[in-house]
Unconditional design. Sequence first.
Length: 403
Amino acid sequence: MRKFVQIIMVLLVMMPPTGGWLAQTTSAMPTAVAASLVPDHDSGPTLTPEELLEYKPNEIGVVPVFMYHNIAEDPPDLTQENEHLYRTADELYADLQWLYDRNFYLIGMEDFVNGTIDIPAGKHPAILTFDDSSSMHLSFQVDDNGVPLKDENGEYMPTPDCAVGIIEAFAKDHPDFGKTAHFAVIPLFKFSWPEYAQDDLIGAKLQWLLDHGYEIGNHTSDHADLAEATVDDFARSIAEPVIWAATMVDPNSDGFAMNILTLPFGAYPEGGWDDEKLDYLKNGYTWEGTEIKIDAALLVCCGASPSRWNGEWAPLWIPRIRGDDPDIASFGDYIDNGWITLYTSDGDPDTIAIPWPLPSEQVGEVDFDGIKEAGLKIVRYDPDSGRIYPPREKHRLRGYTTK
Ligand SMILES: [Zn+2]
């Protein structure tokens, strides 16, 4: 944990802490594929040495989790202090283009947290998160009388300038980018705040998101500061959204990610959670007869996140990058100057590919035990020749050269 805090300090340049108040591409594996056509991942590395040289996978590299709040044009209450909470529709579209041009590919929080990233070789995973479930994230088109419109398939249609509308439009133009986002939901806001014109559509909106590959996550009942809350309020604030969402959509659906908590204000107590709250977060608890289990918590600052397979990974402290100009530019600088190594996929969710020797900042950071426990296979390759090293005993894996 101390090392992780150091990383946070180093990356703090990305953004000062803020008091912001303000999917899921599960691998659609064709089930009808004949068994003989399914590659046998246990038989060896998926990529050839030539492909390893071309794609240069590194699956313990960092993953950016971008944080967005309001999508609006000329908001009346815009100030210098809150402008990082606003993005226009054009700016959000441009952010997606920025990511696309840099070879990123959208994934959901669930795949990130579960270590089931399944994207093409050579792509870098990126995650979009939207906090507070406002009408700016998902509004449905309505007629002149305010009655929701449906398309030829009988489905509601997102407005083109809400976050979902923008992501859908971008995905249509760029089908090789992935299409998902994580929406941190506050039951009170119902994807209807601040106008509260579409309160009645909350159930339809949650279902629409799940049906179209997005995630719904947990942003507490009412956005209370969990660091300040009593233990009882803490437990209630986290449990209520889980129970509430499950009354409207099937909690077993892909994209039902109420086990992923976005901390209001990013707040947690200085020095970490106290014993009882930490116990609830780590081990789960029962609230009014419902089992509550939190698998990850998202912060509001501090740069790109360590990979699930990096020793720095701490699921209850997942850092995010603000979706605004200075912070995205800063993230770009970190990449361009080689100060961070991005996660680059090998295209095979069953193998974790890493160059060997590792880049200096990754030495000693491979979570070999975690990879093994997850039933995944580690593939080490020489980044200069593409040569694949034979499996080794753990005690010999030091991260230095083995040539
Ligand atoms: Zn919030």
